[in-house]
Ligand binder design. Sequence first.
Ligand code: SF4
Ligand code: MG
Length: 313
Amino acid sequence: KSGVVERGAEYIGLKAKNPVVRALDDVSLSVSQGEVVGIVGESGCGKSTLGRVVAGLLQASEGSVLFRGKRLDEMTDKDAEDARLQVQMIFQDPSSSLNPRQRVREIIGAAPLHHGLTTAWELDGYVSQQMERCGLDPSTSTRFPHQFSGGQRQRIGIARALAVQPDMLICDESVAALDVSIQAQILNLFLDLREHLDLTYMFISHDLSVVEHISDRVVVMYLGRVVEEAPVGELFSHPNHPYTRALLQGRPSLDPVQRLFSAIEGEIPSPLSPPTGCHFHPRCPFAMERCRTERPELRSVGAHHTSACHLND
Ligand code: SF4
Ligand code: MG
């Protein structure tokens, strides 16, 4: 029952003349059908790059993406295109991802028409169905994006993605630009859609509350590496990695007993020259000598719970 698997991807992100940013460093992740996997971390941790590699918008320089057990790069073009269609991306800013000169009807209808999922005769009904499912009034299908609110525009973006009948949505900061009350509505829409369409999600966010609300499993990233992974309840009740604990610490509502040290010290180091050993060592209050030189591997610290920290030895 595998969904999308990404193994050992090492993506060469930015090539500024000589320096090469390793935006993802030996990241391996599998997502099961129907699962919501939250990817969390500060900006620059590689979470967006990971989403884009899985969505096929970026090519990893090493490693591969598997869909239902098959490597995308070994499929025929036709099969790869079909697989790509099954994984759709929802971006942060619906305004910039919707063509301002297209009516909603074209925005939502163009791709399913192109891929033969509907016909010109049935298009209006098909578009109406997509709109209703996402909480939009179908009678507004002849309007342009600017005639909608931010929350409604995000619903249009979601309707457009769902119109090609995908199995999986990759949501990259998809509620970050919205007011908190609208955020909750859109998150609930994602959860409703999941139930009705058996959707799988990769949910990328810097916002722990958002990730906690929506995810079954959470992956914490730091400077291109996965540092911790656990079921959502386990991660939030028993965080293992000092970085995860610091992230949780930064949240206002946390139990004071768990306050081991105050908000994360220091800036995020540049991904151009990440620290040696454990990337987190310059900011970690528990750093030991070996943390400077030796990369900690992910290892099991509980049921379905892995963490990459030398403290677990
Ligand atoms: Fe801190 Fe060392 Fe663990 Fe890294 S490996 S998180 S520096 S204790
Ligand atoms: Mg990002």
